[in-house]
Design a protein around this ligand. Sequence first.
Ligand code: 4AD
Ligand code: MG
Length: 435
Amino acid sequence: MPERLPYVPIEALAEYVEQRVELRGWVYALRSSGKLVFLQLRDGTGVVQCVLFKPSAAPELWDRVRHLKQESCLRVEGTVVAHQKRQGEQELSVDDVEVLSEPATDYPISPKEHGTDFLMDHRHLWLRSRRQHAILKVRAELVAAIRDYFDSRGFTLVDAPIFTPNACEGTSTLFETDFHGEPAYLTQSGQLYAEAAAAAFGKTYCFGPTFRAEKSKTRRHLAEFWMVEPEVAFLDLEGDLDLAEDFLCNIVARVLDRRRRELELLERDLEPLARIAKPFPRIRYAEAIEILQRAGHDTHYGDDFGGDEETVISDNFDRPVMVTHYPRTLKPFYAKTDPEDSTLALNVDVLAPEGYGEVIGGAQREDDLDTLLANIDAHQIPRDQLEWYIDLRRYGSFPHSGFGLGLERTVSWICGLKHVRETSPFPRMLTRLRP
Ligand code: 4AD
Ligand code: MG
């Protein structure tokens, strides 16, 4: 019986130096000289250089390997050796190659430059490239960091539904669908349900896909994105800011610690991320307006901020800035009115540094029944759809606060990307539903 070689993931090769192993993966790139073939093999855990030396290879093997196409699927046997040039890295000295499948035609994505539309049309294949791989590794780490943060601090995960009968964040961005003959909407935010959960569990969060039908074609807007939304009983706005601050510091530090290699591959400047520490600057909306006016922006008290304004504000700080106390009229019906100034809301937007814009929106929630009803009417929301939500104020109304962090915008910031589209495995945008 021939000995069975250990089947090893590329990321573990350092443990097998001088040993014979089997790898399984795909041809990422291939070049050959007169005597050598250099085959970059990727297996999902990494990329390794496999070297075939003509004088020690059977002629038939040499020919087969030399003509392999990009993305051929292989089983490769060989000996792990130290990389000839790169210290601390390994390569494989190849003894044998079995071809499991070979593309019938050339792989559409070649090392040459492609336009973004072409790459997005081939997103199902583009995911295999090193940069996309690194971005999605960072995304997965961030998801794990988010879950661990809340799970280890007494928060209970309570999922919110995706089909909803009513709007949460205003009616202009609703995706309408037909729910057995009745109109329903894809959720814009799990918050209203998280509030119900907070009354049942105290500290809770939901984390799932959310949808916005806004006709925005910016580098920060997706039609479908993931949001994590903690909601906490007996927490006021200040406590909400403390939570958001601690949470952001924690998740950024974890990704820096565990995904440094990926961030380096993305050529992310790590220094601004390493600076993310408490305390974050806290300013009021009115001060943000002053910052904009001093910078020469034609912005007036009462205006909402777009991406440009957010960048100007955040450029004044080297860490995330928390902007609070917006005019009530700019914020949804559920935000609590400031008891000290009834024109203001007890809300917060957290703007990421380096121009990445708003990553968190949150607020203390209106817990006074009559004020909430007045807000619902003022926003012209039909009360009957929200009776269940109003019940939360009828039966044991309680002070509470929460926020929502957009996953993709946060990945975009941490990875230092120009556009949010690459942070989603299969992004959905104003002009993209496929693949
Ligand atoms: O500020 P938003 O709209 O807040 C809410 O939905 C609240 N109900 C959350 C809460 O308090 N529980 O959205 C929260 C975050 C934004 O700060 C942003 O990071 C992200 O969600 N976001 C988007 N990300 C990508 N594309 C879009 N179209 C987004 N809209 C919001
Ligand atoms: Mg917002």
